[in-house]
Ligand binder design. Structure first.
Ligand code: ATP
Ligand code: MG
Length: 398
């Protein structure tokens, strides 16, 4: 498989006039490892695809109107996009109309922020028409062009401004900030999918508290999440591991179910994360501290989410580390906290002479309670003995 560099040199040799562009250029100048590499070329998508095919690669031609060819390399999937004049804010009536150009500067002009609007050719020459490098050095996020125009074209850029500030630790340029104040209401009509992907990126960045503070103080969160006010103290977000469910949980902690539900839906969380966060936020009734048996009872209810719930509470200032360590240890060693973990089954009980039906369920519940109290009871002999004594006492058997 080729490296990203080999691909670059190949496209260059074949006259496609390729440039590294966007995030990978920005990250290179920041000394960060890029998450992915993007290349922009003067050549048309079909040309690029057929050149790559002749070299034995298997490019995927995306929707031609977006002008993107994707190809796998040892540095990940690389998108090769033909220079375009336009952005993604296509007119709904004329979705095909994306104009290609062979001028890389024009392509840079449609990009969101100066630090994202730099291109680097195969020989290492930088094209930086908007002062991206200067802004990288002063750690400022600035729009390419007039912020109000750019946010009106695509309101998502306002959320991207918060995400990049959080990711890079940059300040907002004052004009960008006031542009958001004038345009923020446009964010109401963004799709949940686009909102969710930018805000998940923000929450998973190195500075989620800073990113959320920007969203809150700029009034963006009020537009995105009507009826929801972020916590006054966001600093705990930075004390949580890089985990979307936990960081979301922190944001909706102690809110009513309807609010939690609305926020999670707007964030477009995958179903499993959605369910996890909903379950975790119901854990507020969990009274701490917990002793051994009550840790296991909590594990029965919350399963592997329990340590996370305790972490969220720690981020709010509680001292739960000892309990959390025990819970983590219990999960690791597979201590029995459910019917499935019991050393006897319903069939075992029937075989031992307990009548099938209601008595079996009641007996199993009793046994699970015993085992939650004392894990050492979880052996077949002990449990059968306990089951028979219990059933005699309850009158299920003679
Ligand atoms: P990351 O490393 O966080 O993915 P990135 O800069 O690669 O950062 P992407 O969202 O992958 O960000 O976008 C790639 C590039 O495409 C950006 O650097 C920017 O130049 C351009 N871009 C993406 N979305 C927009 C948009 N909505 N408006 C204008 N330009 C955009
Ligand atoms: Mg990217």
């Amino acid at each position: 498989m080729w490296t990203a560099r080999e691909l670059m040199f190949f496209l260059n040799e074949r006259g496609c006039r390729p440039y590294w562009v966007g995030g990978c250029v920005r990250d290179k100048y920041l000394g960060r490892e890029p998450d992915d590499y993007d290349i922009t070329v003067a050549a048309k998508p079909e040309e690029v695809a057929s050149l790559l095919q002749t070299a034995g690669l298997s490019p995927e031609l995306g929707a031609v109107r977006y002008g993107t060819v994707s190809v796998g390399t040892s540095d990940g999937m690389i998108e090769i996009t033909t220079h375009r004049k336009d952005g993604t804010y296509t007119d709904a009536r004329h979705p095909q109309e994306v104009e290609f150009t062979d001028d890389v500067r024009e392509d840079l002009g449609r990009r969101d922020f100066t630090v994202n609007a730099m291109a680097l050719d195969a020989d290492g020459n930088l094209v930086d028409p908007y002062g991206g490098l200067r802004d990288l050095e002063s750690r400022v996020l600035r729009c390419v062009g007039n912020p109000v125009t750019r946010f009106t074209e695509d309101a998502l850029r306002m959320l991207r401004a918060a995400r990049f500030a959080a990711k890079l630790g940059f300040d907002w340029d004052p004009a960008l900030r006031s542009g958001i104040e004038s345009c923020r209401n446009l964010c109401a009509s963004l799709s949940d999918t686009r909102v969710g992907s930018e805000l998940s990126g923000l929450l998973l960045s190195d500075r989620p508290a800073y990113g959320m503070t920007l969203l809150r103080d700029s009034g963006l969160s009020a537009v995105l999440f009507p009826g929801y006010e972020p916590p006054a103290d966001l600093s705990g977000l930075d004390r949580l591991p890089r985990d979307l469910a936990l960081r979301m949980c922190y944001l909706v902690w102690e809110r009513d179910t309807a609010t939690v539900y609305n926020v999670l839906r707007r964030m477009h969380l995958p179903k499993n994360l959605f369910d996890d966060v909903l379950l975790m936020t119901t854990a507020e009734v969990l009274l701490l501290p917990l002793d051994g048996p009550s840790i296991r009872r909590a594990l029965r209810t919350y399963g592997s989410l329990l340590p996370g719930i305790l972490r969220v509470r720690e981020a709010y200032g509680e001292k739960n580390e000892t309990i959390r360590n025990i819970a983590e240890m219990d999960l690791e060693t597979g201590v029995c906290v459910s019917f499935a973990g019991l050393a006897v089954s319903g069939d075992d009980l029937i075989e031992a002479g307990i009548p099938a039906g209601r008595a079996i369920g009641i007996t199993l519940s009793y046994l699970l309670d015993e085992v939650l109290e004392e894990p050492d009871f979880n052996s077949k002999d002990i449990l059968l003995e306990k089951a028979l004594t219990f059933c005699r006492r309850e009158g299920y058997i003679e």
